[in-house]
Ligand binder design. Structure first.
Ligand SMILES: [Zn+2]
Length: 63
């Protein structure tokens, strides 16, 4: 899975607005976060997926 293949439909409201890591579901802090870029779901709703840097690298992605 790449950042372009995030399952937005599986995200919680908090994950969709960037409050929780999309990979582990725990809250993210503003100064310790991997911003995955704004995107839109199938309905055109804007989502702001974010993840912990360590979660991102644990998934085999480049930092
Ligand atoms: Zn995480």
């Amino acid at each position: 899975m790449t950042s372009d293949q995030l399952e937005i439909s599986a995200m919680t409201d908090r994950q969709m607005r960037g409050a929780d890591c999309v990979l582990c579901g725990q809250p993210v802090r503003g100064d310790h976060v991997r911003d995955l870029g704004q995107r839109r779901d199938a309905d055109g709703t804007r989502v702001f997926p974010r993840a912990h840097p360590e979660c991102w690298s644990n998934e085999g992605r480049r930092p």
